[in-house]
Design a protein around this ligand. Structure first.
Ligand code: FES
Length: 141
């Protein structure tokens, strides 16, 4: 049911933890399954120099957050904004359909952390104008 990559990232998740004095912190949750994901970003200029996460959730959510951190580390804010839940799932060699919402959490956690960063620094990030981390627009149940 799960790809080897999902199992691997679930067993050995990358970038677990928190960043002290993070520049952006995003926390999102899925009200249906109750899983919560928290993402910490260290941003230098325009580049995400470090990223860590804590996920209280299912294996797919842990694998998705692990993969998401790997995908955005060292990337620019604009590049991170382009990471969709589909990209996360594809990088994991796929997720079962009922588990796609777990990857949505990863996309939203990145965006929530970037939104926090933009608010703290009084900047606007293209694509975040209408983003609401408390909203659950994609429901794949
Ligand atoms: Fe909800 Fe995986 S079951 S995030």
């Amino acid at each position: 049911m799960y790809s080897e990559k999902v199992m691997e990232h679930f067993k050995n998740p990358r970038n677990v933890g928190e960043i002290e004095n993070a520049d952006g912190i995003g926390e999102v949750g899925n009200p249906k399954c109750g899983d919560i994901m928290k993402m910490y970003l260290k941003i230098d200029g325009d580049t995400i120099v470090d990223v860590k996460f804590k996920t209280f959730g299912c294996g797919s959510a842990i694998a998705s957050s692990s993969m998401a951190t790997e995908l955005i580390k060292g990337k620019t804010i604009q590049e991170a904004m382009k990471i969709t839940n589909k990209a996360v799932a594809e990088a994991l060699d796929g997720l079962p359909p009922v588990k796609m919402h777990c990857s949505v959490l990863a996309e939203q956690a990145i965006k929530a952390a970037l939104l926090d960063y933009s608010k703290k620094n009084n900047i606007t990030i293209e694509g975040l104008e209408d983003f609401d981390p408390n909203e659950d627009p994609h429901d794949h149940h």
